[in-house]
Design a protein around this ligand. Structure first.
Ligand code: GTQ
Ligand code: FE2
Length: 348
């Protein structure tokens, strides 16, 4: 036959121009596949060293001033594969506050957490509840709560901030408001939410401070470390040894609905198996010396370092010491994935 049939590809190309004017499209031969067989994150595995963080903090301490309504003085952890923030969902930054300074009151719909890395003497106020922050504490700032921080100590204070800024941004749900005063008024009882709900095993017969989905704002270091120590007497998980999740004591679920938080201990000599799962993670090494392989990269880390692991990367953790344990604070976006029915994992 003399007639040549137009190929499907030719037809698709011809349609493209015609449909574009009406804001329609059909899949073109040169377009990437609609679906990948598995996640292919642009986010890269990362390692930030304690010494570099210390140098960066010195620089921002010298150069950046805190004023009413100014953005915080922070060192943000960046990634060459992520345009904005630390992972596709999260921002992790290290906040540096000097004696006498105030980080003034504001609120935003992205939720935030602080994990105190170094120092003493700063307090935060979250919707009127004041809390004196100490090393190893986790303090939550639920979305849309007013919060401000003041440092009354004598040495600089350092903490990790993690916010779900990228997740909230991708859903066009960002709101922000400055309070027209440096600090909020303080409630009569400090850490009232902790007093009512902080045991985790008992709850008040008549709750007075259950204002949020999760009523608890502070997770004091001593309590959380005791929980990990208690669980570490049991056999290790083959991948993570002892990993305890910070929970909402009223539901048993995650402390925050989008951001996951864990305290993880690797016993002396522990060498974990490799596995992979969806979700992006940031680790802060509280103590110890260990090794994490991510895909084909090897990261030897020490106390004060940070790591970031992309979704679906094969990874394994090990303690490099046979005498001392490792303790890590692990932040991730697992709760958001679980809530959306997207959790997926596989052992290797
Ligand atoms: O302390 O309120 O790292 O609003 C980024 C945004 C910290 C804070 C950050 C913030 C804060
Ligand atoms: Fe904030």
């Amino acid at each position: 036959m003399g007639m040549t049939l137009a190929s499907d590809a030719d037809n698709r190309r011809a349609l493209a121009a015609e449909l574009q004017a009406m804001n329609f499209a059909v899949h073109q031969p040169e377009d990437p596949p609609l679906f990948t067989d598995a996640p292919e994150p642009a986010m890269q595995p990362m390692h930030w060293r304690a010494a570099d963080i210390a140098a960066g903090l010195d620089r921002i301490g010298e150069m950046i001033k805190l004023e009413q309504g100014s953005v915080r003085r922070t060192l943000r952890l960046t990634n060459p594969g992520v345009e904005y923030g630390t992972t596709p969902t999260l921002w992790a930054s290290i906040q540096y506050i000097l004696p006498g300074e105030i980080a003034t009151a504001h609120r935003h719909t992205p939720g935030a957490l602080r994990f105190i890395m170094k120092g003493t003497g700063a307090n935060t106020i979250v919707d009127g509840e004041q809390y004196q922050m100490n090393e190893g504490d986790l303090v939550l700032t639920p979305g849309w709560t007013f919060h401000d921080h003041q440092h009354n100590g004598s040495e600089p204070m350092v903490w990790l901030d993690v916010l779900d800024i990228n997740l909230v941004r991708s859903m066009n749900a960002t709101f922000f408001e400055d309070l027209n005063a440096p600090r909020q008024a303080v409630n009569s009882h400090q850490d009232a939410s902790h007093r009512e709900f902080g045991s985790g095993l008992m709850r008040p017969a008549k709750a007075r401070h259950a204002r949020y989905e999760n009523p608890v704002l502070p997770y004091p270091a001593a309590l959380c470390e005791a929980a990990v120590r208690q669980a570490a007497e049991l056999d290790p998980d083959p991948y993570d040894d002892t990993a305890m999740i910070y929970t909402n004591p009223t539901t048993g679920g995650h402390a925050m609905k989008t951001i996951g938080t864990m305290l993880q201990r690797l016993r002396p000599g522990f060498s974990g198996q490799a596995h992979r799962h969806v979700g992006s993670s940031v680790y802060y090494v509280i103590r110890g010396e260990g090794r994490t392989t991510v895909n084909d990269e090897l990261f030897n880390w020490v106390a004060g370092d940070f790591l970031a692991i992309p979704s679906w990367a094969r990874h394994a953790h090990a303690n490099r010491s046979s005498d001392n344990d490792c303790l890590m604070f692990h932040v991730n976006d697992f709760p958001a994935l679980e809530a959306l029915g997207l959790w997926h994992e596989s052992g290797e």
